[in-house]
Write a protein that binds this ligand. Structure first.
Ligand code: ADP
Ligand code: MG
Ligand code: MG
Length: 858
């Protein structure tokens, strides 16, 4: 029969899948000559067989044989002391191929019996240690194998400490711990699950319990959340015990080879004297920083430094390791690649490449592109932050502390006092722009990552958290509620738009990542990038910012955002209300002047680079105040409100997402189309006269039929006659346009895939309402991820591929781009990197897009 149990020395070269992460790390460390207590590894294969068939035939036999070898290596007998020699005790540890911290069970000190305690006490001349070791075994075994609650044992321990009038476990005497052990034994006996006074029975039951722990509910939940396959199984490590609880020259600790928060090179970690295993984590006593060892155990510290060096050289990554010192002697018990913050990840990758530990290409691949936006701005220091009050969606990166306000007026009031406002709204509309502009942070109760609040906040570069469903906002009353906690105007809050977390009060922040490190990383990455990266930018400021991040143009300039500005809204409203051609003409002229200025500023900022302007998209009623507000004002006799109310009612749509917007509006109100395109063409012309190199492109949104494109193109050609042509394109954002791409392509110079709408329409879900159910869909495993955040390659991606292929076939010169939130999400960018010419992302996601595109090329 195949072997399913290996000594560390026999398992060199076996896979992590077979040995589990813990076993794999131990085998590697032992192989590298690091001090590891002898151990055997029972493979995941054995676990799978056991879980499938309910037994593991022949496994006991194999374990006994390898245990004999372990006895040979340690010179001790399992569970039996002999003369001056203590009994061999082992830990039985679980370890899956992927890390599932704390999700499964480990038992220490296994093999001890009442007889063994005597022998251990004799051999170590330390009865207190012996009983301490025994009572720990009884509690762990009682919990993991016999199924008693941990609290029961803790309760008995606390009761005894109370009786003795002491606080620390270490203050209990040998006699106390002996008494406690007998309490435990009697308790287990009484509940019908006696503790086996037989080392072998303990061992086999413990192995079985670890196998079964694969199926415990918290392990299952963890796997579901992290998408870990159910059928991996866990390996079991049976390892000779070393004791950190043997006195003040013993202890246990964890170390990182580099600082996991900052990435700074150097040993970092914690140590607890005279303690065993889980004591460090259990928080009964406070561990001390590893540097303290320099003072009282310099030899041990020096050895740890060496170990860190060797671990990194072997694993070529930052390691998180566990160790124990037994009477000054160091033993390594675990190592794995350490979790780290995004900021640390950049530093570690770059510095490891510079040290020659990894290649530059590896460094590029090691940084998670999606984490980059969070690095460009300060973030909440999670190590120092209290529990968040609230969690919403991370809509715009950066952390901000400010005073709560609930309206434009509130924001102005606070700003006038020199206080930073933080705007809280149920959701935002164009009306809120003043408050958003003045605020240091924006928080909304409703809306997704592409809601008005999110899009505008990113544009303004203001940190924002949106869709915080537990938040209830009462703007008229100037207050908000979260689970009974009331927030009033002026209250201090901190929000982190990179994580979606919101805190009461001011919370410590961490600095943005070092630019020099990012620059190096990008210098290594760029040669591998073939996909162009442009920006979604509607303002000159955004354009500049995007250019600074390396954008190669603008892929989406949303013109309606220009209309939302305060001094322009009245003219947009006049346009909507116009009864005569003269009135319409007057409003359009005003708007023309505004737009031309905007376009000039943006084209100037992007001089020499393409700027794709999307003509008007939203339905007109979005520019009107909400119906309820108009009704109230009309009731008070406000004439303008009355007129607007009438129009608002006429324009009202049950489903505006699928209503009178985009190309539909442009074709039926061609004056708007002409005004916008003329403003763009004239802006470019004037810049050319200044000697600049403007490169405008124009596109129409929401087409569903070639006829619409044909008509729009004809309208454009009228102006091209006067000003000369510019590239003309269409968005592909309805499924029908994707399906008819072959017919549309000959009519245009480029397609820009608007994956926000395309996703909404392909799925038949509205991103503004999806917050109510999508998170639960993902939690329940119905969707693997939120398709409004990450491109659904299967369905939406299929529409994309089809349109790209048929479009190119019909028009070989067709250029293909992607705009929409997916354009700055790493997974989505990688998915389209080989298919399209460029992607377009909001300014703070340009680096993400660039890195992801480079990673796709590696
Ligand atoms: P986890 O998977 O929760 O990290 P481990 O198997 O690593 O569990 O064990 C928990 C703790 O017990 C660790 O901190 C480790 O240091 C300690 N431990 C495990 N095996 C031994 C051993 N053979 N000797 C001493 N301490 C051990
Ligand atoms: Mg554990
Ligand atoms: Mg561990």
């Amino acid at each position: 029969m195949e072997s399913r149990v290996y000594l560390l020395s026999e398992a060199q070269g076996l896979t992590k899948d077979l040995l589990g992460g813990k076993g794999y790390g131990l085998v590697a460390m032992a192989g590298a000559g690091l001090p590891v207590p002898p151990a055997l590894v029972i493979t995941t294969e054995a676990c799978r067989t056991y879980l499938r068939t309910g037994q593991a035939v022949g496994l006991e036999e194999e374990v006994r044989r390898k245990m004999a070898a372990l006895e040979g290596l340690t010179g001790k007998r399992f569970g039996q002391g002999e003369g001056k020699s203590p009994p061999l005790l082992v830990s039985v540890r679980s370890g899956a191929p992927v890390s599932m911290p704390g999700m499964m069970d480990t038992i220490l000190n296994l093999g001890l019996t009442l007889e063994g305690v005597e022998a251990l006490a004799r051999a170590t001349e330390n009865p207190r240690f012996a009983w301490d070791t025994f009572r720990r075994l009884l509690a762990m075994y009682g919990e993991v194998v016999l199924g008693e609650k941990a609290e029961v044992f803790e309760g008995m321990l606390s009761a005894l400490k109370a009786e003795r009038g002491v606080e620390a476990d270490t203050a209990l005497s040998a006699e106390d711990l002996e008494e406690l052990s007998f309490h435990y034994l009697r308790h287990l006996e009484a509940r019908g699950t006696p503790f086996p006074m037989d080392p072998w029975a303990q061992l086999f039951a413990a192995i079985e319990a670890v196998f079964k722990s694969w199926l415990n509910p918290r392990a299952k939940t963890y796997r579901r959340i992290y998408g870990i396959p159910e059928d991996l199984g866990t390996a079991v490590v049976v390892q000779a015990m070393v004791y950190g609880n043997l006195g003040e020259d013993s202890g246990t600790g964890v170390g990182f080879t580099r600082n996991p928060a900052t990435g700074e090179k150097g040993l970092y970690g914690e140590y607890l004297r005279n303690a065993q295993g889980e004591d460090v984590v259990a928080g009964i006593r406070t561990p001390e920083p590893l540097e303290r060892l320099k003072d009282y155990a310099p030899g041990l510290y020096a050895e740890l430094l060496q170990v860190a060096e060797r671990l990194e050289r072997h694993f070529r990554d930052m390691q998180d390791f566990e160790f124990t010192a037994e009477r000054g002697r160091l033993f390594l018990l675990q190592t794995r690649s350490g979790k780290r913050t995004a900021k640390a990840a950049v530093r570690i990758a770059v510095e490891m490449a510079e040290e020659g530990l990894i290649s530059k290409e590896e460094a590029v691949l090691r940084v998670e592109a999606n984490a980059l936006p969070g690095l460009l701005k300060p973030a909440v220091d999670r190590n120092q932050a209290p529990k968040p009050l609230l969690k919403g969606l991370p809509a715009s990166p950066g952390a901000a502390t400010g005073h709560a306000v609930f309206s434009n007026e509130g924001a102005e009031r606070l700003a006038a006092q020199g206080l930073p406002p933080l705007l809280i709204r149920p959701e935002t509309t164009p009306e809120d722009i003043t408050g958003m502009y003045l605020s240091k942070g924006i928080l909304t109760a409703r809306g997704g990552l592409t809601s008005h609040a999110a899009v505008v906040a990113r544009g303004l570069g203001v940190p924002a958290v949106v869709g915080a469903e537990a938040l209830r906002v009462f703007p008229e009353e100037g207050r908000a509620l979260v689970d009974g906690v009331e927030i009033r105007e002026g209250d201090l809050l901190t929000l982190d738009g990179g994580t979606g977390e919101v805190y009461l009060g001011a919370v410590p922040l961490v600095e943005a990542a070092e630019e020099a490190l990012l620059e190096k990383l990008f210098a290594w990455a760029e040669p591998y990038r073939r996909l162009g990266v442009r920006a979604n930018a509607d303002t000159p400021l955004d354009a500049q910012r995007a250019r600074a991040f390396g954008a190669q143009g603008i892929g989406l300039c949303r013109t309606e955002h220009m209309f939302f500005q305060e001094e322009r809204l009245p003219w947009v409203r006049r346009l909507i209300l116009a009864k005569t051609p003269e009135e319409e003409e007057e409003a359009l002229e005003k708007l023309f002047a505004f737009q031309k200025d905007d376009f000039k500023a943006i084209l100037r900022a992007m001089d020499g680079l393409p700027v794709t302007v999307r003509l008007m998209d939203p339905p007109l009623h979005e520019f009107l105040p909400p119906l309820a507000e108009l009704e109230a004002r009309a009731k008070e006799g406000d004439q303008e409100a009355l007129a607007l109310l009438e129009r608002a009612k006429a324009l009202h749509e049950v489903n505006p997402m699928l209503g009178f917007r985009g190309v539909r509006l442009l074709l039926l109100r061609p004056a708007i189309f002409r005004m916008q395109l003329k403003a763009l063409l004239e802006a470019a012309q004037e810049l050319k006269e200044e000697g600049l190199d403007p490169r405008p492109e124009v596109m129409v949104p929401l087409v569903a039929d070639p006829k619409e494109v044909e008509r729009a193109r004809a309208l454009a050609e009228e102006l091209f006659q006067a000003y000369g042509p510019i590239p003309f394109g269409t968005m592909i954002e309805t499924p029908r346009a994707a399906l008819l791409a072959g017919e549309i392509a000959p009519l245009v110079d480029f397609f820009s895939f608007g994956t926000n709408d395309l996703t909404q329409m392909a799925f038949g879900l509205s991103r503004d309402d999806a917050g109510k159910f999508l998170p639960r869909y993902v939690e329940e495993g119905l969707f693997p991820f939120d398709p409004t955040e990450r491109l659904d390659e299967k369905g939406v991606g299929r529409l994309l591929r089809l349109a790209a292929e048929e479009g190119r076939r019909a028009n070989p010169r067709l250029k293909l781009g992607l705009c929409g939130e997916h354009g700055g999400e790493a997974g989505s960018v990688q998915a389209v990197a080989g298919l399209l010419d460029y992607t377009s992302a909001s300014p703070f996601r340009i680096l993400t897009a660039r890195l992801a595109a480079a990673q796709a090329g590696l």
